[in-house]
Design a protein around this ligand. Structure first.
Ligand SMILES: Cc1cn([C@H]2C[C@H](O)[C@@H](COP(=O)(O)OP(=O)(O)O[C@H]3O[C@@H](C)C(=O)[C@@H](O)[C@H]3O)O2)c(=O)[nH]c1=O
Length: 185
């Protein structure tokens, strides 16, 4: 697998080797030694997946300290446009976002360190997304920001969303609890 830095410190695009044969394909999504070599977290506490219809937005989500976590995300069916937003006070890219396509076809994965918000949309087709996170779900620390008030150029306009995601506030009004630590996992 290739671990490619993004414009946001500590956030990496991971491009796995896709081994194809007459039966289909084989993809390795986690390798402890390679992750450790690149300074990525290896201590995942939970793993889950979601299935989304076309024209859905989920996010922007994060857990606040002390339950903040690093997150590895990838798409195993369909495709998404995936977004990460830097919320770390003192980060050279605070408030910046990136968006990239994660799909079952390209196998690309995104690694988000603690202090980034995450979301995605499904402009083209339904999708299944898989997550590994380094801290367990803490409902009282499960937080978010408004998908459309964070400067992200989404390729959907009137998406299907949860009621919870619709009531989150704007990035401009957010008093962040995250502090930039140089991009450690
Ligand atoms: C995230 C989460 C949710 N839940 C529950 C709460 C709720 O009843 C149901 C669906 O939760 P949500 O609406 O938050 O699901 P969803 O909007 O898909 O949440 C996910 O969004 C993307 C963008 C992420 O980055 C993920 O980490 C996660 O926050 O599942 C858990 O039990 N454990 C969990 O870890």
């Amino acid at each position: 697998m290739k671990i490619v830095p993004t414009d946001i410190a500590g956030c990496f695009l991971i491009i796995p080797d896709i081994r194809r044969d007459e039966r289909g394909s084989f993809v390795k999504v986690f390798h402890e030694d390679i992750f450790r070599e690149h300074g990525l977290a290896t201590d995942y506490a939970e793993e889950y997946y979601s299935a989304s219809h076309r024209n859905v937005v989920r996010g922007l989500h994060f857990q606040t300290p002390p339950h903040d976590h690093a997150k590895l995300v990838y798409c195993v069916q369909g495709s998404v446009m995936d977004a990460a937003l830097d919320l770390r006070r003192g980060s050279p890219t605070y408030g910046h976002n990136l968006m990239l396509e994660l799909s079952a076809a390209n196998g690309h994965m995104l690694y988000l360190p603690r202090g980034l918000a995450h979301g995605f949309c499904t402009p083209k087709e339904p999708a299944m997304m898989v997550y590994k996170v380094t801290a367990t779900y803490a409902p009282d620390h499960d937080a978010g920001l408004a998908w459309d008030k964070a400067g992200i150029d989404w390729p959907v306009k009137e998406p299907i969303m949860s009621a919870r995601d619709r009531q989150f506030g704007a990035l401009a009004d957010f008093d962040t609890p995250f502090v930039f630590d140089g991009g450690q996992p």
